[in-house]
Design a protein around this ligand. Structure first.
Ligand code: 26V
Length: 807
């Protein structure tokens, strides 16, 4: 094997500078005088990537030599963000990189900011996948992420007269320096056609069209570069023969058509995370990357092992939501059709490998495919789904369960992907304790009764490398002095800060770090949102996708009511606040887009009002993404986590904000419950109905009108919106919002309004005792170590994958 010195990642500033110069000339083809910022960035990125390659090979050798069980994380989305600074920090090359670039006359920070975000995801689900990749490398799991190399990631958001507009994102317009194209790692993926009689238990599938999945590999270095896994993304390419036939007939335009169609499959990320619209292209994307991944997994296994029955001992596959749930039927198809196994044996092997994470219980977000569509695009798989369903029905009957218990995979002409994923998985996990219990009691109640050992909890986590060490240099420096840097790979060590919460000198330094982050943020916020952020102002942030259940509208109604209160009592010494909203709405989600417009209209009204100047401002910087989160989170004082209880599966922004010393105002929903359990009731602002109370209120027949009538400030705010106070040019603009609030209020905004208002006024008061506030903030940081994604990955490895961790 390879012999490489153990400090292969180490490099001096002078040497690094030399390598950057070499790459600039020989990889980019540009001289130093002509080089633009992007050229320097690419040159540094290649020089850094060079340091990762050898440890990458070494990791592969170690995994092979020990014949370690491999973990495959299948996800439609990886919301990664920028890679350069993260790689530099993981390799411990921060000062070398700074010094090298300074020596070349280039500002390192400007260079880092020049990198476009890799935005191959919508929100929480995709960002979780990125944190898990980082942690699998940090703790040394033999992990590999599989996804799609979208040409265009999540759209860029801008505001046109306050309305969200979407523009195509184009991250591959410049060279992407982190990946390696692997033309030899490619698989033909079929669609459509028919199923004829096959050998034995099998039916042979004759697809009507075929595209090629080509692999692109990105190394994923762990902390200190001691372990490097791979992210393998598939890109769709046309098959060559198809093209040539038409070309030879002289049909030149026609020859290009299949190429265009094939490449459509990996063209663009679906930007809707609220309602799966049953679109054929989406189904093709799902099958495309799942089938390529499963074939790759099987090929890697068969190169080293003979007995397919050993697959579950050597392979664990994690399905990130139902999007790759076709993995079950596909694996069974390969084992039966191409390997000659009997159906039941194949099913047992598949179920031994597969695991499914559920990320939402919202009925409209659960994937269901029309059986007709599935049968047209994947005829063989529909037959296998029917056989899985039949086997499930037999098991169910044998256990004495009624046949109409709602657990069938096929029903009402649809394939229920959640049920399919559950039935074909060895373990099914929820992403917070509450969410897991609700899975067992509600959506998966019948299946849970049949398989009581299957549903387990693994609460989400976030990587401390990006979400503390990387994004918060002032706090990182303070922690270094106070407790060293062991926390970066062992976040529980933050507990050593607990006694320091009572140390006034430490608190002062902690507050100074928070202030420094706000000072750092202020010019950017001024530029992006026209807001003046004074460092003594309470910075209140709600940053997440726009969804009615997340209740940005509740925050906005409180903003309007606060504005009214300030105008009505100008003599009161109000606590100054800046409220920041950040997030995108699915392009077709009309209500969410209307709420965005309303926030912008309220922001303009409030920010222009001299009566509240210096007291209340509303900022909505456009195009919230991972990089914006990295700016906002370290500066935040207050974290808004105010979803209707029972609907936010976990949340991960809540963890990032608490870990950076923001206090939470939140409902008892998702992982907020576990944050409260850890930081303590007195260091978090909980309000509102519990999940049980929400269910009860709805069962009793909830009517929002009574809540509005009982709260004059809510009534006033709603009336102002209704009467066009914020939209004088079009008074009826927000009618849909007002009618919904007064009529249905599906997410109980009105029911929770008064409790939220009261909690916010308690927060105003708490902010005035800055020593006590800072003490709470320190305790939030100290007690949130458990929310590291390293802890989550160790949990998955032990409880679900049965896989080793090296570190
Ligand atoms: C659904 C769909 C439907 C089809 C079109 C594309 C698409 C993309 C994503 C989704 C699922 C969204 C589910 C999701 O992101 N859930 C979030 O997962 C986070 C990580 O577990 C969790 O913290 C959030 O509470 C949960 O909302």
């Amino acid at each position: 094997g390879l012999t490489v010195p153990p400090d292969a990642g180490a490099v001096s500033a002078a040497e690094l500078r030399e390598r950057v110069g070499q790459h600039l000339v020989f990889s980019i083809g540009r001289g130093a005088t002509a080089a633009r910022l992007a050229d320097w960035r690419l040159a540094l990125s290649y020089a850094i990537r060079d340091r990762i390659v050898v440890p990458w090979f070494q990791t592969a050798e170690r995994i092979n030599a020990a014949d370690r069980k491999r973990v495959y994380y299948l996800s439609m989305e990886f919301l990664i963000g920028r890679l350069l600074d993260d790689a530099v920090a993981n390799l411990g090359l921060e000062s070398a990189a700074r010094e090298a670039m300074a020596g070349l006359g280039v500002d390192y920070d400007a260079l880092v900011r020049d990198e476009p975000d890799a935005a191959l995801g919508n929100g929480g689900l995709g960002r979780l996948a990125a944190c898990f990749l980082d942690s699998m490398s940090a703790v040394g799991v033999a992990g590999l992420g599989y996804g799609i190399r979208y040409d265009h990631g999540l759209f860029r958001q801008s505001f046109e007269a306050g309305w969200q507009a979407e523009e195509a994102e184009d991250w591959l317009a410049q060279p992407h320096p982190w990946e390696f194209e692997r033309p030899e790692a490619s698989f033909p993926i079929g669609f459509g056609g028919s199923v004829g009689p096959g050998a034995g238990d099998a039916g042979a599938w004759h697809p009507a069209e075929t595209v090629i999945a080509v692999a692109y590999d990105t190394p994923v270095p762990g902390w200190q570069g001691r372990w490097v896994n791979t992210l393998r993304l598939w890109s769709a390419k046309p098959t060559r023969e198809f093209e040539l036939q038409a070309f030879n007939r002289g049909d030149f335009l026609g020859a290009a058509t299949p190429a265009v169609l094939a490449e459509t499959i990996s063209r663009v990320l679906y930007p809707d995370d609220s309602t799966p619209q049953g679109r054929e292209l989406r189904l093709k994307q799902e099958y495309f990357f799942t089938a390529a991944s499963i074939r790759d997994i099987l090929q890697r296994f068969e190169r080293r092992h003979g007995d397919l029955a050993a697959l579950p001992d050597k392979v664990a596959i994690q399905l990130n939501d139902t999007h790759p749930a076709i993995a079950g039927p596909e694996l069974i198809r390969l084992l039966v059709d191409e390997r000659g196994l009997a159906f039941d044996a194949a099913f047992d092997i598949a179920r031994g490998c597969l695991h499914y994470t559920n990320h939402t219980l919202l009925p409209e977000a659960l994937e269901r495919w029309p059986a007709e569509l599935l049968g047209r695009v994947l005829p063989c798989h529909l037959e296998i789904v029917e056989r899985i369903d039949a086997r499930h029905a037999r098991e169910s009957a044998a256990a004495g369960r009624p046949s109409d218990d709602g657990t069938a995979i096929l029903g009402d002409g649809e394939v229920r992907m959640g049920t399919l994923a559950f039935v074909a998985a060895r373990r099914v996990n929820g992403v917070s304790a509450l969410h897991t219990r609700l899975m067992q009691e509600t959506v998966f109640g019948g299946l849970h009764a049949l398989h009581p050992e299957r549903i387990v909890n693994q609460t989400n986590g976030v990587t401390p490398r990006r979400w503390l060490h990387g994004c918060n240099p002032p706090l990182r420096a303070l922690l270094q002095e106070a407790i060293g840097d062991g926390w970066v790979a062992d976040l529980d060590r933050l507990e050593a800060l607990v006694p320091l919460a009572d140390d006034a000198a430490f608190r002062e330094r902690f507050a100074a770090a928070k202030r420094a982050n706000k000072v750092r943020l202020a010019p950017w916020l001024a530029e992006q949102a026209g807001i003046e952020l004074a460092p003594e102002t309470l910075l209140d942030v709600q940053i997440k996708r726009f969804h009615e259940y997340k209740r940005q509208l509740l925050n906005l109604l409180e903003t309007v009511a606060l504005w009214n209160a300030m105008r009505q009592a100008p003599e009161v010494d109000w606590t100054p606040r800046v409220k920041v909203f950040g997030g995108k709405a699915a392009p077709g989600y009309r209500m969410a887009k209307l709420i965005i417009k309303l926030i912008n209209d309220v922001a303009r009204t409030v920010n222009d009002d001299p009566a509240v100047r210096g007291r209340l401002q509303v900022a909505f910087p456009p195009n919230y993404n991972v990089s914006m989160a990295e700016r906002l989170i370290p500066a935040a004082d207050l974290s808004e986590q105010i979803s209707t209880a029972g609907l936010e599966a976990s949340g991960t922004g809540n963890m990032k904000l608490a870990l950076n010393g923001a206090l939470t105002v939140g409902t008892l929903d998702g992982a907020n419950v576990e944050i409260r359990d850890r930081v303590g009731e007195e260091n978090i602002f909980i309000f509102g109905l519990t999940a049980e109370e929400v269910a009860r209120r709805r069962a009793e027949g909830y009517a929002p009108a009574a809540c509005i009538a009982a709260s004059p400030r809510l009534a006033e705010a709603v009336e102002q919106i209704a009467s066009g106070r914020f939209s004088p040019d079009e008074p009826e603009r927000f009618r849909a919002i007002v009618e919904d609030l007064r009529g249905h209020d599906r997410f109980l905004v009105c029911a929770d309004f008064e409790a939220y208002w009261q909690r916010q006024r308690a927060i105003d008061a708490a902010w005035r005792d800055r020593a006590a506030w800072t003490r709470s903030a320190v305790l939030n940081v100290a007690r949130c170590g458990w929310f590291s994604s390293d802890r989550a990955i160790r949990g998955y490895a032990k409880e679900i994958w049965n896989a080793e961790t090296e570190f």
